[in-house]
Design a binder for this molecule. Structure first.
Ligand code: FES
Ligand code: FE2
Length: 409
């Protein structure tokens, strides 16, 4: 991120703290709670936002070397992502052209050849059919026409994009707009995959996403967890098309007050989250990035699955490994350590997601889901200080041709 931008964001956060202000959208909205529970709406979202929309499925660090692969099955089609001998990223329908079995079942690994477990047809990481056992019994097969079904892919600035339709269009400039250069500046391609976690709970995918949409709750719901590290109730926020940047002050931001602006490092003083339409939260830290992907359950609007992947700078991991054991930060001490600017291990970062997101935010989300399903609270209210929530929901509605949220007059 350009240093001028870092300084202007940090100044805005310090101003809000000094003047006891938060982001102010200047408007409140009424949010119909049936948007979280309606099966017909869930069906439209599934088609428009998942089956027919480009998906960010991982970071370059998920495919660290030739032969690396991973599998996912979160948006209706099983996907096999690979890196070939030349280092190029590919994605395929994870389905054997013989009779449709999955050619890879592990979550991730490294393999020069994929052998289907059913009848042992084998495929290269480029998707080419290499061998058909007992072809004299099976009959002739033109190998050139029976490779894995390829999906459109782009790897750009450390992000792995796939279109779920073989004839789908991937236009990253269109998807990211002005955010493309800013994301590139974080050098995400250098990071290695370190750890992951899945949260599967009874809340609509949009309620899970809403968790990342305001800082009003930080010092209340999270007073014993994240609230130790963050002030809450402040937000430097910028919309860029369907995406946005969300930055809130760590308590350590006060260190900047004694430093010349030329030395200010925003990532040490604030939490930076990029929201990428429709379902991605990308948390960018100094030495690590956390990719959060939130998926609906096609059959049940009251359930969602959140995939959290953590990636670290390999040099930073080495440094952390070199620390004596008693200096290493454990899950128990994570909030103290984070506040003091000590290095966090991958397990410690996962602990933050467990104790804050899973055990606090999403518990609220499950309550909200039950309320939505009761049908007895027709609307909730998004405050002036919950601007990202306005953006999420007006985005979704606009993409589905629905009227914007109703303003509270
Ligand atoms: S289904 Fe894969 S080899 Fe038969
Ligand atoms: Fe939260």
């Amino acid at each position: 991120m350009h240093h001028d931008l870092q300084v202007s964001i940090a100044k805005e956060l310090l101003r809000q703290l000094d003047e006891d202000e938060n982001v102010d959208a200047g408007v409140q909205y009424r949010m119909p709670t049936n948007s979280y529970a309606c099966p017909e709406l869930a069906d439209k979202e599934w088609t428009s936002f998942f089956r027919e929309h480009p998906q960010l499925i991982g970071l370059s660090g998920d495919l660290p070397e030739p032969g690396s692969f991973f599998t996912i099955d979160d948006f209706g089609i099983p996907v096999l992502a690979t890196r070939d001998k030349q280092g190029e990223f590919h994605a395929f329908l994870n389905a054997c052209p013989h009779r449709g079995a999955r050619v890879a079942n592990e979550q991730r690994g490294k393999r020069p050849v994929f052998v289907c477990p059913f009848h042992s047809w084998s495929f290269s990481p480029k998707g080419d059919l290499l061998a058909v056992p007992e072809m004299d019994h099976f009959g002739a097969i033109d190998k050139a026409c029976h490779g894995l079904v390829a999906l459109p892919t782009i790897e750009r600035d450390g992000l792995l994009w796939v279109h779920p339709q073989p004839d789908g269009k991937l236009n990253i400039d269109e998807l990211l707009g002005p955010l493309a250069d800013e994301l590139a500046s974080h050098n995400i391609a250098r990071l290695s995959f370190a750890a992951d976690k899945t949260i599967d709970m009874r809340l609509n995918w949009k309620l899970a996403n809403d968790t990342f949409g305001e800082t009003y709750h930080f010092a209340k719901l999270h007073k014993d967890t994240l609230g130790q590290t963050f002030y809450g109730s402040n937000l430097a926020y910028e919309e860029m098309g369907q995406n946005h940047r969300f930055v809130t002050a760590r308590k350590s931001i006060d260190v900047l007050r004694d430093q010349p602006e030329s030395e200010w490092q925003l990532l040490e003083a604030a939490l930076v989250i990029y929201y990428l339409f429709p379902n991605i939260q990308l948390v960018v830290d100094d030495n690590r990035v956390t990719l959060v992907r939130i998926y609906p359950d096609k059959e049940n609007p009251g359930r969602s699955v959140t995939r959290i992947n953590i990636y670290f700078d390999p040099e930073y991991i080495e440094k952390m490994d070199a620390l004596a054991d008693d200096l290493k930060i454990t899950a128990e001490t994570v909030y103290d350590s984070d506040r003091l600017g000590k290095p966090l291990t991958p397990d410690a970062v996962l602990e933050v997601f467990s104790s804050t997101v899973e055990e606090e935010d999403y518990v609220m989300g499950e309550h909200q889901q039950k309320t939505a399903q009761s049908g007895l609270l027709s609307h909730s209210i998004f405050g002036r200080n919950e601007a990202p929530l306005h953006h999420f929901h007006n985005n979704f509605r606009s993409a589905l041709g629905m009227a914007p949220l109703e303003r509270v007059e």
